[in-house]
Structure formats: C-alpha cells, structure tokens
Write a protein that binds this ligand. Structure first.
Ligand SMILES: Nc1ncnc2c1ncn2[C@@H]1O[C@H](COP(=O)(O)OP(=O)(O)O)[C@@H](O)[C@H]1O
Ligand SMILES: [Mg+2]
Length: 187
C-alpha cells in the first residue's frame, strides 16, 4: 500500500555531508522523495516535531533503561524522567544546525524507511542500515555528554505519527506528485 513518511536528516548528517547518500539509499530501495528542503528550525517547530507525548517519552526512557541494563549499569531515573530529559536535548539539538526534512513516498514507505534507518542506537544498528553504516554512537556515550545520540536521521514510526510530522514541516501543496520512470517495472 502506498504510504508517505517523514525522513529528517539531523544536523550531524548535514554537517557530515551525508544527505546525498541518505537519499540514494532511499531511492535505491524504490521509494521517492516528494518534498524536501533545508532549514534552520526554530524552537516552535522543533517542539512540535518532538511533541510532548507521554507514551513516546516513556518508550524513549524504557529503551535507554534496557540498554543500560544490558551493560550492567543501573539507572535511577524513571522512564518518563529520562524521556523528558532526552526530549529537551533533542529540541536543543534540532535548532542548533541545519536539518533536511523530506517526505518519502512508496509502497510500505513507513516501515521500509525505518528498516533502512536502523535501530536507534548506532552501536547496535544493523551494519547495512544508515545508522549502522555511518554512525558509531551509543546511549551511554551520549548520556555522558548530556546530548542526544548522533544517529543521522529521524524517521516516522507509524501512520499517525507520519501524518502529524509531515504536517509539521510541509504544507500540503509542497508535496509533488510524479511517477518514477521505473515504477512499472517495480510493481
Ligand atoms: N538515552 C538517550 N540518550 C541520548 N539520546 C537519546 C536517548 N534515547 C533516545 N535518544 C535520541 O532520541 C531520538 C528519539 O528517540 P526514539 O524515538 O526512541 O528513536 P528513533 O529515532 O529510533 O525513533 C533518538 O533518535 C536519539 O537521537
Ligand atoms: Mg522515534
């Protein structure tokens, strides 16, 4: 089923000149870019992107706790406290430099873009994924530095989030409809 999702290159990806390679990976998988821009985001838009969603903040905290547990290091904070702290780091980081939001369209685009993106923690991300191939950060290294994990990209998690996040960065009329020349061969 044709879907749309938001893929956003974070400042580390732009500073490291990886935008082209990120797009290539998406295009190579048969998906297409239907909107794109480079921007310096303000605090309002960054706060809307990383919305104060309790469920998401708890899940960010739980993933962090699980990673620490595996390393044998206990964490005293609750999942929500960790998630709220990370959300603030993320907002600060997003406004700190250039970002490249884009809308990706194609069959099962949401889960395929997540697959190509790889796991949140680059240390454990599949080596063929964007985060596994181009990054080496970890939860603990990021936390020690009081900063968000440098993992190159943000990708929407599900349909509801994708619709919301696309609307944060783009107006409907900025999305362009076109056919890839190879679409009839792919589907
Ligand atoms: N414990 C942590 N320390 C620093 N940064 C974190 C931590 N947990 C998550 N992050 C950052 O928050 C972002 C959002 O988290 P999450 O939605 O769980 O991951 P994903 O980007 O894989 O969907 C991550 O991409 C990462 O940059
Ligand atoms: Mg997420």
């Amino acid at each position: 089923m044709i879907e749309r999702t938001l893929l956003l290159v974070k400042p580390d990806g732009v500073y490291r000149s990886l935008v082209g390679r990120i797009i290539s990976k998406i295009e190579d998988a048969g998906l297409k870019v239907v909107a794109i821009k480079i921007v310096k985001a303000d605090r309002k838009i960054a706060g809307e992107h990383y919305i104060e969603d309790r469920e998401w903040m708890v899940s960010v905290g739980n993933k962090t706790i699980a990673s620490y547990k595996e390393k044998g290091t206990p964490l005293n904070d609750t999942a929500l406290e960790i998630g709220m702290r990370i959300r603030n780091f993320l907002i600060e980081y997003l406004v700190s430099g250039p970002v490249v939001p884009m809308v990706i369209e194609g069959n099962e685009a949401i889960s395929i873009v997540r697959k190509l993106t790889g796991a949140t923690e680059p240390k454990r991300a599949d080596p063929s994924s964007l985060r596994g191939m181009y990054c080496s950060d970890s939860y603990q290294f990021a936390d020690d530095g009081k900063r968000p994990i440098r993992n190159l990209v943000h990708a929407s998690e599900d349909k509801k989030t994708a619709d919301r996040e696309i609307a944060v960065w783009f107006k409907n009329k900025e999305l362009v409809e076109y056919k890839r020349a190879d679409e009839t061969a792919m589907y």
